[in-house]
Every structure is written in structure tokens, then in C-alpha cells.
Design a protein around this ligand. Structure first.
Ligand SMILES: Nc1ncnc2c1ncn2[C@@H]1O[C@H](COP(=O)(O)OP(=O)(O)OP(=O)(O)O)[C@@H](O)[C@H]1O
Length: 408
């Protein structure tokens, strides 16, 4: 597949995904590397760099063959399938949320067809490694029948993050890779070379091709706001700079069109309190956490742009949930580490995005050393993140973080 021309790529991007070109030189390099048929590939690109396209585009160049995508969360899988379906690319999943009868029907469907009518099959590592014997038999069957052309591991840093705790199914992916070493494996993430090497070791990849792009997100303004007041918190003043990113008066009315954003906080009670307070100040917002009965509806309405601000607990609002456009992210609670902060603020997908951490006195001892360092640095915050991910180029952003603006 290596003799694909520029024109072929352009056609595939346009016909399959309605894109005019690659998003960046690094996305192009990653895709070209995959299309050479290379067996072990590690890809590290920034959030929103378009990592998914790296494996999605394979489907435009092959008639047969399923791309098996191992992804860590159901919301990520649901999102991916919805997107591929919208692009008219047949994709399905086998997950624990589907009723058993549904899952069995899906499995039967795979056995019944000579050539399965799907281009993508999504699965969690748990389902692949510890799922029912019927699921594991099916994957084994597809692999042995050469029906699976590629295996992609999304959010591959989790292989390392979860190496020693309850998600150790990730760790066992190496055994599957070893057994089916003829199939190209592609692991995707944002990570330093140290982490990439650990991923390679756990996946038993020998001399993998590594495609790295910079991790910096210069379209996002980072700042840290320290609380001045011990007890009274004026939420509107904390998000003022952000909601006004998009402020404009509608013709003949005085209604303001506020920017869209996510506010992360610690507890359900905090989420309710902040959302209520913002509504009282004329900024329509809703709280979002697992225990709420109508979470799916809230998420749907927010994604459709029916209201601008979602106030969510960190656990409830994770990987895979996206809204376009997303203009700001505010952390009212401390992210658990710098990767979580980078990932959560990285949902921003506009040219002039805004990410703020509000630091209050309640944090005291429960802040990770990584976050403490990030909050307290006096130097460029973008440079600090680039260093964390082991980027080659480390330079000050100039005017895209509070410290650089102060130091000007
Ligand atoms: N070649 C392209 N041209 C224009 N837009 C693109 C291109 N490739 C991807 N995108 C868009 O970029 C956005 C981010 O893509 P994607 O979700 O794959 O990013 P990601 O690297 O997986 O990010 P994250 O790590 O934040 O999940 C999506 O809206 C996607 O449609």
C-alpha cells in the first residue's frame, strides 16, 4: 500500500471524511507510516491533532479487513461509532453496556458473514482480555481467519498509567500482540519518549517506528487564578473573561451569546451549586454527574448548543465527550495530574480558547506535586507542558499564558 500518491490521499480525505488536506505535517507522516505496512507504530501527537484519522483513513484504502480498535472507555467508543456512521463508514462495537442478547446476535453476525460488513470493530481491553469466552473466541477467530487487518490502541498511555492497578487488562495486550505479531499494531497517545518506550515494552513491540509531533496547544490561553477571598466565591467573576470570549449582542435584542465551556468541580453538590449560581447570573448552565437521571439528555442538549456551560464532576465527564465549538475549560477543582489537566483543557477546539485553574484554600494537602509545580511556576506554562511531554522545541509562548503576559 506504500505507492499511494498525494492525489490518492487527498481524494480519500475528501471522499471519506470531507477534509481538504491533512491537519498537519505530523498527521501526514503518521498516516504515511501506517500505509507502508509497518508492523509496530507508536504515535504521539497533541490533543485535537487528529489522531483518530490515523487509523480511520486506513479504511479508505482497503476493500476487506476489519480494523480492531481497542479503546479504554465506552463514551469514547460511542463517540467514534457515531462519527464513523455519520461518515457512512460501517463500524460497530462489542461492549458490556449492550444487553447480552444483543452481544450474542452481533457475535453471530460476524460468524455468519464470509466478509463481515464492518470496517471497524471497537472493544475495551477488558472485553478483549477478560470478556466472555464467546467474545474472546470471536476475536481469536477473526484474527486467525486474517479478517483483522490492523489493531489500533487508542489512549495508549493508559497501558502505563494503569500498569499496576485494576485495569491491568491493558498490560496483557502484549501477549495478544506477541501471538499475532504479523498484524500491524498502532498505539496512539500524547506522551514523552520515556512513556512511549514503556508502552512499546508492555506491548512487546520490537524497534517500533515512533512518530512524534509537538504537544503544545498554542490556541489555548492558560492561566491560574488564586482565590483572594476565603469564603465567598463569585463564580461569575471567575469565568467572566472566558464567557465573554464570544459575547455579542444579537440584532435588536440585548441577549448575550456566551462562549461554550466546561467547568470541572469536585462534588455533585459543588456542581449543582455553581450551575445554580450561574443561572441566577443569566448564564444558562446545568450540572452533570453520574447520579443524575437525565445525564444523557443534558449531554445531548449541551452538545447541540442548547445552553453554553456544563458544570461537571471530573469522574463523570471523561474521554470521548466533545462539543464543537468548545471555547473554555475552567477547573474549580484541581485536576489529578498534569496529564489530566492537559487532556481536559485539550477539549478546547477553537482558535482563541481559554483554560483557567481556580486555586482555592481548600486544596491544602491534596494536590499532586505535578499540579503544585504547574500552579507555582513563574515561567511559561506552555513550555512547562512541552517539557513534561518531552517535546524537542521548548520556547516561551509569548502571550498565551498568564506568566508570559505578566513577564512581558
Ligand atoms: N485532516 C483534517 N482536517 C481537518 N480536521 C481534522 C483532520 N483530521 C482530524 N480533524 C478533526 O480534528 C478534531 C480532533 O480529532 P481527534 O478527535 O481525532 O483528535 P485526537 O488527536 O484524538 O484528540 P484527543 O487526544 O484530544 O482526543 C476532530 O474534530 C476531527 O474531525
Amino acid at each position: 500500500m506504500s505507492n499511494i500518491t498525494e492525489r490518492d490521499y487527498k481524494n480519500a480525505l475528501k471522499d471519506g471524511f470531507d477534509f481538504d488536506d491533512f491537519k498537519s505535517v505530523d498527521q501526514k507522516r503518521a498516516i504515511e507510516c501506517i500505509m507502508t505496512g509497518e508492523k509496530n507504530i507508536l504515535i504521539s501527537l497533541a490533543t485535537q491533532a487528529g489522531k483518530s484519522l490515523c487509523y480511520q483513513l486506513i479504511s479508505s484504502f482497503q476493500r476487506d479487513g476489519i480494523i480492531l480498535v481497542i479503546a479504554p472507555s465506552i463514551s469514547l467508543i460511542t463517540n467514534q461509532i457515531a462519527y464513523l456512521t455519520e461518515m457512512r463508514i460501517p463500524a460497530t462495537s462489542i461492549t458490556s453496556v449492550a444487553p447480552l442478547s444483543n452481544r450474542e446476535e452481533k457475535i453471530k453476525e460476524f460468524y455468519d458473514y464470509k466478509n463481515v460488513p464492518y470496517k471497524f470493530l471497537f472493544i475495551t481491553p477488558e472485553m478483549l482480555i477478560r470478556g466472555s469466552y464467546k467474545v474472546r473466541d470471536l476475536i481469536e477467530f477473526l484474527l486467525e481467519e486474517n479478517q483483522i487487518s490492523h489493531i489500533a490502541v487508542d489512549e495508549a498511555h493508559m497501558i502505563v498509567d494503569y500498569n499496576n492497578n485494576f485495569r491491568d487488562s491493558f498490560k496483557e495486550l502484549g501477549q495478544v500482540r506477541k501471538k499475532y505479531s504479523e498484524i500491524p499494531w498502532i498505539a496512539l497517545t500524547t506522551a514523552s519518549n520515556v512513556i512511549l518506550n514503556k508502552i512499546a515494552r508492555i506491548l512487546c513491540m520490537i524497534r517500533p517506528q515512533i512518530i512524534r509531533g509537538p504537544s503544545t496547544r498554542k490556541n489555548i490561553f492558560y492561566d491560574v487564578m488564586q482565590s483572594r477571598n476565603e469564603s465567598f466565591v463569585d463564580f461569575k467573576s471567575i469565568i467572566k473573561d472566558m464567557i465573554e470570549l464570544n459575547e455579542e449582542e444579537e440584532f435588536f435584542t440585548t441577549r448575550k451569546v456566551y462562549a461554550s465551556g466546561i467547568i470541572y468541580c469536585k462534588t455533585n453538590h459543588n456542581a449543582d451549586h455553581i450551575a445554580h449560581n450561574l443561572c441566577e447570573n443569566g448564564i444558562t448552565s446545568e450540572s452533570f454527574y453520574g447520579a443524575k437521571r437525565d445525564v444523557n439528555d443534558i449531554q445531548k442538549r449541551w452538545k447541540e448548543g442548547q445552553f453554553p456551560v456544563l458544570v461537571a464532576t471530573e469522574e463523570s465527564f471523561g474521554l470521548g465527550i466533545k462539543r464543537n465549538p468548545l471555547q473554555f475549560v475552567l477547573h474549580m477543582s484541581m485536576p489529578k495530574n498534569l496529564r489530566a489537566f492537559y487532556q481536559q483543557s485539550g477539549r478546547i477546539d477553537v482558535e482563541n480558547g481559554y483554560s483557567r485553574i481556580y486555586v482555592n484554600k481548600f486544596y491544602n494537602g491534596d494536590v499532586s506535586p505535578e499540579m503544585l509545580a504547574f500552579i507555582n511556576i513563574k515561567d511559561c506554562r506552555h513550555k512547562h507542558i512541552a517539557e513534561y511531554f518531552g517535546d524537542e522545541i521548548l520556547e516561551n509562548c509569548g502571550n498565551k499564558c498568564d506568566n508570559c503576559v505578566k513577564n512581558q
